[in-house]
Design a protein around this ligand. Structure first.
Ligand SMILES: C[S@@+](CC[C@H](N)C(=O)[O-])C[C@H]1O[C@@H](n2cnc3c(N)ncnc32)[C@H](O)[C@@H]1O
Length: 420
């Protein structure tokens, strides 16, 4: 696979248009809204999705465009067919262009990966293979490093490492591992969002961040401008973990866009689950079905046709029956429960609603990756504006982690020096 061409500007503009043109299709909340605004425009698609079962939605959750290929292409005039084809075309083009070049990596003693969850280790190996070989010999900064597995892998055996993390237990565990493997490492316990973090950001270091959430990865990008670092590689995640109400675009084009992404919208790219096991999925589904069943009842009991959130602690209640769960939820919310003639039917209505919600979410799912790419392109453009040569692409298959996009950036003058 090729890596994404440097025309980030064109890709960004195309995605921006796509997302704005079809905002009603992805900026909605099937879980809390009983009917979505777009369903009036695409009644046949809506009816078809609502008629599918939960298993259909689960089968297609990761590749929603496959489900929608089977859907009747309907809707007023040609526009129904248009949006699906348009999105599919864009999606496939982008997918075909999001591989990164791989380089040979130094082999580590196998025992170094002991105790690291298998998927995490494979992510780290894949991340390392996307970094240009001449980056070896650096001093590495691992940002929001956890135990510092990535940084230690890159630094071993002879480079040095600064592994910055705020959780004391992770810092301590990281220190022990660095000692065990004789890696020259410092492990500052530090809030990456605080002023004191700046003292650890040397422009001559190579900065890496694997799955630093929301503000943590955007703050590192902002520091890259202020500190004038030469090289960095970032695989972001949890775009919605931000302190502001909306995403603050970094690039000029991002700032000029009419797209305003709030935390809920920023959660969309995170919706696909690849790591949950069957038992976990069954448990999650039951929680969701009961919440939706309760939602139908509370609308009648309160005579208010609006969703009423129940705190997430309710997922841990040990109630064996739907009826008991609903009564506890009603007490918690201060609602007087009305009579229910058939609790089994009421629970079944919750499961039916869950199937509808999950199938309607397939339409949103089409926009998960475009929205994520929009965010990554905003970051790539920001780095380009500062004179970095930037590569953006997938560093590992999504089965290892759905947050598999990586930015690899190096200042142009640095590259020119290496070539002369
Ligand atoms: C998703 S984990 C990724 C850890 C590691 N990079 C990895 O890939 O295994 C995010 C890490 O950021 C750390 N973190 C969260 N907020 C932080 C902050 N304000 N300052 C420093 N580290 C923070 C967490 O403790 C956690 O270790």
């Amino acid at each position: 696979m090729k890596h994404m061409p440097e025309s980030f500007t064109e890709h960004f503009a195309a995605l921006d248009q796509l997302l704005l043109d079809h905002q009603s299709l992805w900026d909605n909340q099937p879980f809390t809204q009983q009917r979505l605004a777009w369903e009036a425009d695409y009644p046949e698609l809506s009816a078809w999705l609502r008629a599918q079962n939960l298993e259909h939605a689960e089968r297609h959750q990761l590749e929603p465009w496959k489900a929608l290929e089977e859907a009747p292409l309907m809707a007023p005039g040609e526009s129904g067919a248009y949006f699906l084809r348009e999105i599919q075309k864009m999606y496939l083009t982008l997918l075909a262009q999001t591989g990164l070049p791989r380089h040979p990596v130094k082999q580590l003693p196998g025992v170094m990966s002991r105790g690291i969850p298998g998927r995490k280790w494979q992510q780290i190996e894949a991340f390392a293979a996307c970094l240009p070989p001449h980056w070896q010999g650096s001093r590495w900064l691992d940002w929001c490093a956890g135990k510092g597995h990535l940084g230690r892998r890159l630094a071993w055996p002879a480079d040095s490492l600064c592994s910055l993390e705020h959780d004391p237990a992770l810092v301590e565990a990281g220190k022990q591992l660095s000692r065990q493997w004789h890696v020259k490492a410092s492990h500052p316990q530090c809030d990456a969002l605080g002023e004191q973090a700046i003292a650890h950001l040397a422009a001559s270091d190579t900065w890496v961040a694997l799955h630093a959430c929301g503000d943590l990865h955007t703050s590192l990008l902002r520091h890259s401008k202020q500190q004038g670092v030469q090289r960095l590689a970032i695989a972001p995640c949890c775009y919605n973990r931000i302190r502001t109400r909306h995403y603050q675009p970094l690039s000029g084009l991002g700032q000029a866009s009419a797209l305003q992404l709030d935390r809920h919208m920023l959660g969309l790219p995170l919706q696909a689950t690849v790591t949950a096991g069957a038992a976990e999925i069954r448990r999650l589904n039951r929680n969701m079905a009961w919440r939706l069943g309760f939602d139908l009842l509370q609308r009648q009991w309160r005579q208010v046709d609006a969703y009423l959130p129940v705190p997430s602690a309710a997922n841990r209640w040990r109630h064996e029956s739907f009826a008991h769960w609903c009564q506890a939820a009603a007490r918690l919310k201060g609602i007087q429960p009305g009579p229910v003639n058939d609790w089994q039917a009421a629970e079944q209505a919750g499961w039916q609603r869950l199937a509808e919600v999950r199938n309607l979410e397939l339409v949103q799912g089409l926009f998960r990756r475009p929205l994520e790419l929009w965010l990554l392109l905003d970051m790539a453009l920001f780095l380009q504006e500062q004179g970095f040569a930037v590569q953006l692409g997938e560093f590992c298959p999504w089965q290892l982690t759905p947050r598999n996009l990586l930015l690899v950036a190096e200042r142009q003058e640095e590259i020119q020096e290496k070539c002369t």
